[in-house]
Design a protein around this ligand. Sequence first.
Ligand code: SF4
Length: 271
Amino acid sequence: MTALCETREKSRLESLLETISASRLNSFHSCRLKFYFRYVLEIAKPTSAPQFLGRAVHGALQRWSNARWRGQPQDVESLKTSLVLDWASAQATEPVEWESPLEEHEQQEKAWGLVEMYLRETPIPPDEKPQAVEARVEADLPGLPRLVGVIDLVRPGGRIVDFKTTASTPQHDQAIHRNETQLTAYGLLHREATGQEASGFELHHLVKTKTPKLVVSERGPITAEQEVRFLRLVESYTDGIQREDFVPSPGLQCAACEFFAECGVWNGGDR
Ligand code: SF4
């Protein structure tokens, strides 16, 4: 490793100890070597088709929430027009290599199909004014990195909603468990921003089945045990970064790992 690379890596490690987000925490505890490639070495990878589609859907739902927040519900046709324009703009800046123009068109139709289904089936009334949309929040964790995050939507009464696109139908308990770190982080951020506990959480999964469907998984306020578990995860993260402990965790997740090639030639961190 050159002196320049070493200095750059040290500076990345320092900044990774200043703040923490739920996605970074999940990435670190899922596979530390993958975390190292993504967040320390910052190896850039092309956007995948599912990521691209997910962002398009997320963008449309954000517009829909923002319109309700302004008290001017958005009509379906203009929402579709916005999705198509946003899609073209994203394709110009972060292009996905579609196999053909037809494939891109089909994926765009699939994204719109998910949004259309959501507008039909969502439990959120069309005239419900959100408390917050895409709220960027930070919270102090005593003696630990500062927690940062963006909450998709806060419904009246402090009910936090997170939108997800997925290929398979989630099971309630599994979905709540897999997303515990993220939901607890949002609960802590909400408390810091409002001085009040979030009253509950909703995961809105938009499922990309042949006929798209919506699965809503609900959870109550964060418990003291969940908060302690979260803090232990952050402590373990901090300790691991300080020791530069970036070992691989081979497992099922390797099938979808974008750093599979880099992992295969990793030399154990010897310099
Ligand atoms: S291939 Fe597997 S073990 Fe290697 S970095 Fe990716 S997730 Fe980790």
